[in-house]
Design a protein. Structure first.
Length: 115
């Protein structure tokens, strides 16, 4: 297939399988119209060593991808140290490799089995 053929073959093209691209793909997967969409994800295939941090104030749809979370902040210097509880908020970190192995594999399995 020539590069010019791709523009009419897909409804959505996502460039990059980093945090933003994969989050966008995940959000499209949540749409009721997902089974009817033809999506192309373009990436260079390199191993991503990035992390993604976000805040929440309770359960969220990405809970299964959280590698670690914090419910306290620590402010410190040579002369000062103060811990602060941030409840009901918490800060979460998710690794891109974990996102790849959970959500994208689920999307891939769903897509290939529904063809």
């Amino acid at each position: 297939m020539k590069a010019s053929d791709y523009s009419s073959s897909f409804d959505i093209v996502i460039v990059g399988a980093g945090c933003a691209g994969l989050q966008l793909l995940y959000q499209f997967f949540q749409l009721a119209a997902w089974p009817n969409l033809k999506v192309l994800l373009i990436d260079d295939g390199s191993i991503k060593q990035r992390s993604w941090c976000f805040w929440s104030s309770g359960p969220h749809p990405l809970q299964h991808m959280v590698a670690k979370f914090w419910q306290n902040l620590l402010f410190s210097s040579m002369a000062f140290s103060k811990a602060q509880v941030i409840s009901p908020y918490s800060n979460h970190i998710s690794r891109v490799r974990y996102f790849l192995t959970t959500s994208v594999m689920s999307l891939f399995l769903y897509t290939t089995t529904s063809l």
